[in-house]
Each structure stands twice: as C-alpha cells, then as structure tokens.
Design a protein around this ligand. Structure first.
Ligand SMILES: [Zn+2]
Length: 403
C-alpha cells in the first residue's frame, strides 16, 4: 500500500487528505487555490456525437440540396433558422449564377502532368470517380422524387453567422463548409458532414457564457459543386470591406480583417484505398485521420502551412479518437478563392487530390451518399475534425467562459 493511502486510512484530517489526493491524482495547475480550467477544453467538451449526427440528419431532409432548386433554398432557410436559434446573428450573400459552358472532366482526376488535382502524386489502386446524373440509380422513390426538380440559373443566396469579438472585433477567422450537393443522394458526407460541423461550432461559440477576443464567422457556402461560386462571390463582394469600421466610431466592422479561412469538405469516410477488386473495407480504417491541407503553390503558402500546424497541434490536444495529418495539396474547395489573400486550409477525411480523386470515397457524388450509409465510427471522424477546428479557433480567437 502506498504510504499516502495508509495515511488517509489512518487519519481523517482534511489537510492531509488533500495533500494525498494531490499526490495521487494528475496534478492540475492551480490559480488562487482553484484548478485552472482550459476554457477551450470546456468548449470542446460541449461537442456531442448525437448532436452532430442530428444536424447531419436535419440537412439530409432536403435531399441533395442541389443549387438552384427549391430544396436548396429550403435548406438555406433551415440552416439560417438553426443558426438564429443558437443565438448567432445571420446575414446573407446574394449573387447570380449563370453556368459557364460545360467542361467535361475539368478539374477532376489527373492532369497532363500525371499528378492529381492539387499537385499530389497518385499511388496504388485507383477506382473510378464521377458525378451521378441518372435519377434511376437512386432506388429510394421518395428521395428520387425529392431530388427531381432540376437546377435553373439565376439569383442565389447563402447564409453566414458571426460571433463578434470583444477586444478585437475588427479581426476575424472564417470557418466554412458548403451546403449544396448533387448526385441523387442526400449529400450526407459531401458536404452535410462539414456543414453540420460548422453549425455545431456556431452553436458552441454562441453559448451565452462564451466570449472571444476576435470575431469568428461561420459560412455555409452555396454553389461549391458548380465551381466554388458562392465562396468566390463572398471574396469578390467583401474583400475590400475588410477592417473598415462602419459607421465610423461605432466599433462595428461589417467585414473584419481576415486572419484565416478554414474549410471543411467531406469529413466522415476514411476506409482506406480501394482493394484490387474495387471493393472497399466496410469499416473505418483503424489508421483513419483528419487531413489538413494547405496549397504549396499559393501566395500565402507559408502562413497557410503555419495555420495547418496550429490545427494539427489542436488535434493532438483536443481530438479524442483520430489523429491529424498535414499535406501541401489543398484544392477544389471553398478555401481556394482565399488562398492567395489570407492563410487558407481545408480539413477533410482524406487528401482531396490523391485519395478522394483516386476513388477512396465510393459515395462521392453518388446516390449512396446517405445518412444511413455511415456508422458511428464514420460520424466520429467528423466529430474529431470538429474538436480539431474548435480547439484551434478557440485558442486563436481567445475564447473564455464567463462565470
Ligand atoms: Zn464537397
């Protein structure tokens, strides 16, 4: 028996008990006699697998949420209502989408160099990828009917909400995901999983006892699948408004200066490389990880890489189940329009170019991208990405909890 326990057993004196417990339990830092609580850990602990799943499920009620349809507009309305209910004040970006002439195969697969999009080098077994456009491949008649209305060109809207910083309201991190999808499924993973992650972070940072030094904006891009048009519209419309106080002297900044942009796109499925016969492991692979990518060819590569490592460190500290990996080939997602202007990274289940582009996610843009396709192990990878980004942004934005 350890002497300390012997002392406790033989004495009931409170002071001795305390000194023993301090010796036995992991010793937290103490400030003024109270254990110092990491406020970011408190916020990370407010993430919840069932809440995350429920938000993904809520998004799938609108089918594939294809841009330019009533189901997409209804999803934007629903997302906005949710954000408001969390106490996060919302706004909308309006733009017009006029589709360019079709460019079959553009931006997908290998380019002329033999490299994957984004610059990585594909290796190993590859499986076909593409976008399903055949309604009859969706066996669920109700879902097929829900997804039936075609997209029409014209005005578009997307929603964001903002947590205003206390001491640095003029500086902002942008946390994003795209809410539109396609392929005649439910776009549960692409990108219900990222949209739900961003909405969960909006909920937690908008808690009545939470304050942050800097501003955080939660953006749910539309029209990602047609060429990042929503994120591009945001950059075009708001880039020049950065850091401007309006009205003067008000301490209000409609567009705080961008400190970084963190995109979330496909968060849940890391079952590994396709097998030689083209089938996939039915289970999340034990080595599953969160892939954080920056673009080494961008003007902000150095500072984007630094941001990526900040998320990596936050993953080490706060993520409960899955580690993170950093890579240099960020591509084909809503952080791209930001990458020559500010530090910009994407967070995913796999690398976009060499993994997803090689068919590591067989649900990608397919009728099988359904809520019911995924297990708790898959949803938990998304939750770990949420822990990672929440941990990093909580630290960078200076989050504290009011007593
Ligand atoms: Zn996507």
């Amino acid at each position: 028996m350890r002497p300390c326990f012997a002392a406790v057993l033989s004495s009931c004196r409170a002071a001795l008990l305390l000194s023993c417990l301090v010796g036995v339990l992991p010793s937290p830092a103490f400030t003024q006699g109270q254990p110092a609580v990491d406020p970011v850990q408190v916020l990370v602990d407010r993430l919840d697998l069932e809440k995350y799943k429920a938000t993904v499920k809520g998004l799938t009620r609108f089918g594939d949420r294809r841009q330019g349809t009533d189901r997409n507009r209804a999803a934007v309305d629903w997302i906005e209502a949710q954000l408001k209910s969390y106490g996060c004040p919302t706004d909308r970006i309006k733009y017009v989408y006029d589709p360019p002439p079709p460019n079959p195969g553009g931006g997908r697969g290998r380019g002329n160099t033999g490299l994957a999009v984004g610059g990585g080098r594909p290796r190993g077994v590859r499986a076909p990828t593409g976008v399903n456009t055949d309604p009859m491949k969706q066996p669920d008649e109700t879902l097929r009917a829900l997804n039936m209305q075609p997209s029409t060109p014209g005005p578009r809207e997307m929603v964001y909400c903002t947590k205003v910083g206390t001491t640095r309201p003029d500086e902002m991190y942008i946390v994003g995901a795209h809410m539109d999808g396609h392929g005649w499924g439910e776009a549960a993973n692409d990108d219900g999983s990222g949209t739900a992650l961003v909405m969960e972070l909006a909920r937690i940072f908008s808690g009545p006892d939470v304050q942050t030094e800097r501003t955080i904006r939660f953006a749910l891009w539309n029209n990602e699948e047609t060429g990042l048009n929503g994120a591009r519209a945001y950059v075009e419309q708001r880039q020049d408004l950065q850091g401007k106080e309006n009205p003067p002297g008000s301490r209000r900044y409609p567009e705080p200066k961008w400190l970084g942009m963190i995109q979330h796109d496909m968060m849940m499925f890391d079952h590994g490389m396709p097998r030689p016969d083209g089938t996939m492991s039915p289970e999340q692979r034990p080595e599953a990880d969160v892939n954080i990518e920056f673009q080494s060819n961008s003007k902000m590569a150095q500072s984007s890489q630094a941001l990526a490592w900040t998320l990596h460190a936050a993953n080490e500290k706060y993520a409960t189940d899955y580690p993170a990996a950093v890579g240099p080939h960020m591509t084909n997602t809503d952080s791209t329009p930001f990458m020559d202007l500010v530090p910009a990274i994407s967070v995913r289940e796999n690398e976009r170019g060499v993994h997803i582009g090689s068919g590591w996610d067989p649900q990608w843009h397919q009728p099988t991208d359904l809520y019911a396709t995924y297990s708790d192990k898959d949803f938990r990878l998304g939750l770990n990405a949420a822990q990672t980004t929440l941990g990093a942004v909580g630290q960078m934005a200076g989050a504290t909890i009011r007593k």
